[in-house]
Write a protein that binds this ligand. Structure first.
Ligand SMILES: NC(=O)c1ccc[n+]([C@@H]2O[C@H](COP(=O)([O-])OP(=O)(O)OC[C@H]3O[C@@H](n4cnc5c(N)ncnc54)[C@H](OP(=O)(O)O)[C@@H]3O)[C@@H](O)[C@H]2O)c1
Length: 292
C-alpha cells in the first residue's frame, strides 16, 4: 500500500461501521496505524472490524472497537473517557459519523435538533473532550469529514434548532457548515474535507490528511469536487481562524460543557470575508457583530 508507515499513530474514526468510515479504517490499519473504530453501537463496530479482518486481510491487532449513539450526549462523554483511559496516546480524530436530516423536525433527549447534534454538537463535544490527547503530541490533528452543501444554508442564530422553520436540506447543510467552521477552532489543529461521492476516494483523501508527513493548513477546507489533486495544499481554499467563541444560551443542555463556535471566516482564495450570520449578514472578525 502506498504512503509512509503510520505504525506509531493511533486514530479514532467515528462512523466506521460503513461507507467512508470503514474504508478509512481499512486503509489506516493497512498502513500500520492502530485504529479505534466507532459505531453507533459496540456490536456494529465489532461487526465492521470482524469484516475487515475476515475479508480484507486487516490485522486484528490493529483494531479496537467502541460504540456510542451521537443522538445521546452522555454516550459521547462515556466514549471520550473510555478512549482517553485506554488510548492516552491518541494522535488523530476523524469526525466522520453523520446522518441525513430527517423529513420531520426531530429533537433529541438532549433538546437539540437531531442533525445539528449528530453532525456537529456530538463531534464538537467529542473533540473538546479528546483535545488534551490530540494537542499533546507532535502531528496531532482532527479531520472533519464534512460535505460541500455546507455552503448552501446560513446558521440561524435566532433559531439554531430550526424550531420555527424546518427544512431537512437546510438542516443538513447547516450541520455541515458548523462542522466545517469548527475546523478553525484554536484548540486543536484541524481540517475539514468534502470526501466526494465515492467512499474509496473519500477515504483515500481522509487518510492522506491523517498522515503527519502531510502538512496541513489549520482550518483549511478541502473540497474533493473542486479539485482532484490534493498535493498542492497551499492553493486550496481555506477557512481562516475564528474571531470569537461564545456559548449559545439556547443550547441549554450543552451550554455548560461546550461553546458553539461563533465565527467569521475568510476565503483565502478570493480574499472575500464570509459571515456566518443570517443570510446577507457579514460579521466583524474581531467582535463577531454584524457589520451590514
Ligand atoms: N458518501 C457521500 O456521497 C458523501 C458526500 C459528501 C459528504 N459525505 C460525508 O462523509 C461522511 C461519511 O459518509 P458516508 O456516505 O460514508 O455515510 P454512511 O455510509 O451513512 O455512514 C455514516 C456513519 O455514521 C454513523 N452514524 C449515523 N448516525 C449516527 C449516530 N446517531 N450515532 C453514531 N453513529 C452514527 C453510521 O452508523 P449507522 O450505520 O449505524 O447509521 C455510519 O457508521 C459523512 O460525514 C457525510 O456527511 C459523504
Amino acid at each position: 500500500m502506498p504512503g509512509s508507515s503510520l505504525s506509531s499513530r493511533t486514530v479514532l474514526v467515528t462512523g466506521a461501521s460503513t461507507g467512508v468510515g470503514v474504508e478509512t479504517a481499512r486503509r489506516l490499519a493497512g498502513r500500520g496505524a492502530t485504529v479505534l473504530m466507532h459505531g453507533r453501537t459496540a456490536e456494529e463496530a465489532r461487526a465492521a472490524a470482524d469484516m475487515l479482518v475476515a475479508t480484507k486481510g486487516v490485522d486484528a491487532e490493529r483494531l479496537c472497537t467502541y460504540g456510542a449513539d451521537f443522538a445521546r450526549l452522555d454516550e459521547i462523554e462515556f466514549l471520550a473517557h473510555k478512549v482517553m483511559a485506554e488510548h492516552p496516546d491518541l494522535n488523530v480524530l476523524v469526525n466522520n459519523a453523520a446522518m441525513a436530516a430527517p423529513e420531520r423536525h426531530t429533537v433529541t433527549d438532549d433538546g437539540n435538533e437531531i442533525a445539528l447534534q449528530v453532525n456537529f454538537l456530538a463531534p464538537y463535544l467529542l473533540t473538546c473532550l479528546l483535545a488534551p490527547a490530540l494537542a499533546g503530541g507532535p502531528g496531532g490533528r482532527v479531520v472533519d469529514v464534512s460535505s460541500s452543501p455546507h455552503g448552501t444554508a446560513p446558521i440561524q442564530w435566532a433559531d439554531p434548532h430550526r424550531a420555527r422553520r424546518y427544512s431537512r436540506l437546510a438542516a443538513h447543510a447547516r450541520s455541515r457548515l458548523t462542522l466545517t467552521v469548527f475546523a478553525a477552532d484554536p484548540r486543536v489543529t484541524a481540517v475539514s474535507v468534502h470526501p466526494g461521492a465515492s467512499p474509496a476516494q473519500g477515504a483515500r483523501h481522509v487518510v492522506r490528511l491523517c498522515d503527519p508527513a502531510v502538512e496541513i493548513v489549520d482550518g483549511a477546507h478541502h473540497d474533493r469536487d473542486a479539485r482532484d489533486d490534493l498535493d498542492d495544499l497551499g492553493s486550496l481554499s481555506s477557512l481562516s481562524s475564528l474571531s470569537s467563541l461564545s456559548s449559545l444560551s439556547s443550547l441549554s443542555s450543552l451550554s455548560e460543557r461546550v461553546a458553539l463556535a461563533r465565527v467569521t471566516t475568510e476565503n483565502r482564495t478570493t480574499g472575500r470575508p464570509t459571515g456566518l450570520g443570517t443570510q446577507g449578514d457579514v460579521l466583524d472578525r474581531d467582535t463577531g457583530r454584524r457589520t451590514t
